[in-house]
Design a protein around this ligand. Structure first.
Ligand SMILES: [Zn+2]
Length: 294
């Protein structure tokens, strides 16, 4: 295990315990999440060493990397995903008409393919071999294995990370690379779980989006804005993800009671969306759009 001594946002070294939770999907081990006393950034600490993180991922179980449509849950999930890809592309094309996009953690490549079909230049990064090979063979996409952003020579208009930044060990180095890779006034699109959402406060330690220990950081709008501001990025837009609350509630119910509960998950997910719509808590997950300054 590796203990973080200094907050990655403000460098402060004093934290208090925020919540204890478990790895409900693979190891069943307990992990701690702490909160920085100075800037309120919330992160997993201690966490597995970078080289051991892979042990906590099960690729067959990791639904975003698979395309099997077995049960009703998976079928629904695939349907929602199709709809989500359209929404993601619409968002990207609201920033620039036809650009060059780098999708970090592109999975099986559906989003990048949508961009490519609309005459965008595309590049993907995907460390999972199964997902990468599917992206390459299904859509003939340019996808590299290496997550070392220092190897990227192209300059791009947009960098996207859909539910990926919470998995990335070195936040500051990553944002420095964003600055180098992005063109003048380029954009970063980041989707991450929102720990201030209603479903987070309802499920507490069973909230599936804590996803320990592979989620290393647990963002709020405040903390992610501070992080990006530190690297000269300006937050220009946020957008709630309205389907995530249902998916997260389903998984959380399963972690809490050992079985799926579709009706209750639908109710909790809907309440979460109402809170997202009418209060400042935000939705279960949020998309942030940042612009590179100067
Ligand atoms: Zn801090």
């Amino acid at each position: 295990m590796h203990t973080i001594q200094n907050c990655e946002i403000c460098n402060n070294s004093e934290f208090y315990l925020y919540i204890k939770s478990e790895d409900f999907s693979v190891s069943q081990k307990e992990f701690k999440i702490v909160k920085c006393k100075n800037c309120n950034f919330i992160f997993t600490n201690p966490r597995p060493k970078d080289e051991n993180l892979g042990e906590y991922y099960i690729s067959e179980k990791y639904i975003s990397h698979t395309n099997t449509s077995k049960g009703l849950f998976e079928k629904l999930y695939q349907l929602v995903r199709k709809h989500a890809i359209k929404g993601k592309f619409k968002l990207a094309s609201s920033l620039i008409k036809e650009g060059f996009i780098l999708d970090i953690g592109c999975g099986t490549g559906e989003f990048l393919n949508k961009c490519k079909e609309n005459n965008w230049e595309t590049k993907g990064i995907e460390p999972s071999k199964i997902a990468r090979q599917q992206a390459q063979s299904n859509f003939n996409l340019n996808v590299s294995e290496s997550t070392d952003l220092g190897e990227i020579e192209e300059k791009v208009d947009i960098i996207s990370m859909w539910h990926v930044l919470e998995h990335v060990p070195n936040l500051n180095e990553t944002l420095e690379e964003f600055n180098r890779i992005l063109k003048h006034r380029g954009n970063v699109i980041i989707a991450v779980p929102n720990l201030e959402s209603y479903d987070a406060s309802y499920y507490k330690k069973h909230w599936a989006a804590y996803d320990l220990p592979i989620h290393l950081h647990h963002f709020s709008e405040n903390s992610i804005s501070k992080l990006f501001k530190k690297h000269n990025f300006k937050l220009i837009k946020t957008k709630g993800m309205k389907f995530d609350s249902y998916y997260v509630s389903l998984l959380s119910e399963e972690y809490k009671f050992g079985k799926k509960n579709f009706i209750k998950s639908f109710i909790i997910g809907s309440i979460s969306n109402l809170f997202g719509l009418f209060t400042k808590r935000g939705y279960s997950s949020t998309i942030y759009i940042f612009e590179k300054g100067n």
